[in-house]
Design a protein around this ligand. Structure first.
Ligand code: IMP
Ligand code: MG
Length: 185
């Protein structure tokens, strides 16, 4: 698994600092509000687990699983399917969507518009990583951990073909890993 990684882009220590900083900002912004963290499965699970423990104001959590159609490293067809919906009725909540990475922006654009339609007090977005070069829709996150270049990154919850989520850091995947595989498909 480690042989497939070109290099560590963000170390465990860097990520831990970023998450603490986000937790502090969110805690101060949501003081006195009715915070509901909505984790987008599966990619945000590691980030969510760390972020929620860095938040010091009362909050509830819920999970939503969405899939974007497409293949391999390009799953940005724009067609998003809800595989598992939220359990909580959003009325009265200040929703903060927790995502692993903002790429084209299509997935979050869809998720945010669905959630806004359910009459919450507010909807904001917190993403661990942002790839601004790849954006095709006009969407920016309210909280961003760090930016990444236009390369395929894995680890700390992010996958390629469902693997590498358990790496404790963000690494850049070697191109030959997905190019060889996509050639065979
Ligand atoms: P978007 O709809 O193009 O913004 O895609 C967002 C989703 O694509 C993320 O939630 C990830 O699941 C996936 N994705 C985009 N870029 C990467 C990457 O570099 N590594 C792993 N997953 C990625
Ligand atoms: Mg994802």
């Amino acid at each position: 698994m480690i042989n497939d990684i070109k290099g560590v882009y963000y170390s465990q220590e860097f990520l831990a600092d970023k998450v603490k900083e986000l937790g502090r900002r969110i805690s101060s912004d949501y003081e006195g509000k009715n915070l509901l963290l909505v984790s987008i499965l599966k990619g945000s699970v590691v980030f969510m687990a760390d972020l929620m423990r860095a938040i010091t104001v009362p909050c509830k959590i819920d999970f939503m699983c969405v899939s974007s159609y497409g293949s391999g490293t390009d799953n940005s067809s724009g067609i998003v399917k809800i595989e598992k919906d939220l359990d909580i009725n959003l009325e009265g909540y200040d929703v903060l969507v927790v995502e692993d990475i903002l790429d084209s922006g299509r997935t979050l654009n869809y998720v945010v518009s669905i959630l806004k339609g359910r009459n919450p007090n507010s909807v904001r977005v917190c993403t661990l990583l942002d790839k601004p070069e790849r954006r095709v829709v006009d969407l920016s996150a309210d909280y961003v951990g760090a930016e990444v270049p236009d390369e395929f990154v894995v680890g700390y919850g992010l996958d390629y073909d469902q693997y590498y989520r358990n790496l404790p850091y963000i690494g850049i995947l070697k191109k030959e890993v997905y190019e060889n595989k996509e050639d065979k498909e």
